[in-house]
Design a protein around this ligand. Structure first.
Ligand code: PLP
Length: 431
């Protein structure tokens, strides 16, 4: 961040920041070349260059990921784990290699702690079902926060009906932040788990998860981190964090859809019962009794998406090549640039004003419905998201129905932010 700011001060302010280079401390971010890796970005929509600012919903895929999917289907496709033949062995190796890539990416102690799922949503459903069934009795409590995505609310509500647990909800400050003392106030002798998002998909707030995990552990309470909106922006080391569970989705980190990850400490995963039953997750089956496979397979019933996991491995290699620290620097710069630019627009209200934010901006323009603005921006080739962003309880707390949301990835540019701001001004004039 510092470097980017120094570059800005040193350079002509009219400099083309689609190529961003700083000789002072070797920081180079070549977004122009990076964009060439993403074929979808060079498209036109309604005759206008696509400005894709919906990255919190899903990210675009680099050619290396797209090609990896084609390569697996073209060369080694076969069902994994049970095959004695060569193709099955190669596909199995590729899937298990991807597990190790994920393990290294998040700093997990063992690849047994990496469970492949269909996405962050399925990962939370897995823990909610398995944890509540085995660890909770009626009246036990799970702590969530007001800013959770529905994926971290509904699975617990389903368990509320099945096991009789109760949900305690942490309120937010004006700026859209969580205060440690508000979490601590909700902790009781019945608290069984704290489950919260690392980064809000609406507010962009980066929660102080290090302190929150420590707080939970002070009371012997495990903590689940929903990293769906942070894994692609912020370097994460699960052992340093000491979180008990973490979930995320491949499609939000430049990988394919339909693949997700559940990280769990081995001690916890060993204790928890399987979520789904079927092939792969068993050791031995009779009609009288079934014994289950070892970790991680105990939680992976049925044929996994081994093509998708292999492509996720490729996406992680792509991210690592650019470097998460470089990504964070550049995206923080985009966030600051966009915030400044949008605030120059009359009647602009930014929702979520935490000091610690990821590259997500939710906003409203007084007198214009977000949906109308979103539709008209679309006609200008600008893709933003409108609505409640799967966070209706947060919308209720804010007293609004929805927002517009622009979310940035490392392939976005200042120029695209200028186009967004000009587009909004144009729509405002129409109204
Ligand atoms: N958690 C957060 C914070 C999210 O933003 C999302 C999706 O937007 C999810 C969970 C669910 O992710 P998925 O739909 O990929 O399972």
């Amino acid at each position: 961040m510092m470097c980017i700011m120094l570059c800005r001060a040193a350079a002509n302010t009219e400099v083309d920041l689609t190529f961003y280079s700083c000789a002072m401390n070797e920081f180079i971010f070549d977004v122009k070349n990076i964009r060439k890796d993403f074929p979808i970005l060079s498209q036109e929509i309604y005759g206008k260059p696509l400005v894709y600012l919906d990255n919190a919903a899903t990210t675009q895929k680099p050619l290396s990921v797209i090609r990896k999917i084609e390569e697996v289907y073209s060369t080694i496709n076969a069902n994994i784990h049970r095959g004695v033949h060569r193709l099955s062995q190669l596909a199995t190796e590729s899937h298990e290699e991807a597990r190790k890539t994920v393990q290294n990416y998040i700093g997990a102690a063992s690849s047994k702690e990496i469970i492949f799922t269909r996405g962050a949503t399925e990962s939370i459903n897995l823990i909610a079902a398995s944890f509540c069934r085995s660890q909770c009795k009626p009246g036990d409590e799970i702590i969530l926060t007001t800013m959770e995505h529905h994926a971290n609310i509904i699975p617990w509500q389903i368990q509320q009906d099945i096991t009789g647990i109760e949900l305690k909800i942490v309120p937010l400050t004006e700026a859209g932040e969580i205060r440690l003392e508000d979490v601590e106030e909700l902790i009781s002798s019945r608290t069984k788990l704290i489950s919260l998002t690392h980064v809000s998909n609406v507010l962009g707030t980066i929660n102080p998860i290090e302190e929150l995990i420590r707080l939970g552990h002070n009371y012997n309470i495990p903590v689940l981190i929903d990293a769906a909106q942070s894994i692609q922006h912020i370097s994460i080391d699960v052992q340093a964090l000491d979180c008990d569970f973490m979930v995320f989705s491949s499609h939000k980190m430049y990988g394919p859809t339909g693949v997700g990850v559940l990280y769990g400490k081995e001690t916890w995963l060993d204790k928890l019962p399987p979520y789904q039953g079927g092939g792969e997750m068993i050791a031995h089956v009779t009609f009288a009794k079934t014994t289950f496979n070892e970790l991680p397979f105990k939680f992976e019933a049925g044929t996994p998406d081994y093509v998708g996991t292999t492509a996720l491995g490729e996406a992680i290699r792509y991210i690592k090549n650019i470097g998460l620290d470089n990504i964070r620097h550049y995206e923080t710069h985009l966030l600051q640039y966009a915030t400044k630019k949008l605030l120059q627009i009359e009647n602009m209200q930014i929702i979520g004003t935490s000091e610690r934010k990821s590259s997500v901006i939710s906003f409203l323009i007084k007198g214009i419905h977000p949906y109308d603005m979103g539709m008209l921006l679309d006609r200008l080739g600008i893709a933003v998201r409108t609505g409640h962003h799967c966070a209706q309880p947060l919308m209720d707390a804010l007293g609004i129905e929805g927002t517009l949301r622009a979310s940035f990835a490392f392939y976005n540019t200042e120029k695209e932010i200028d186009i967004l701001a000009e587009g909004i001004e144009r729509v405002v004039k129409m109204f």
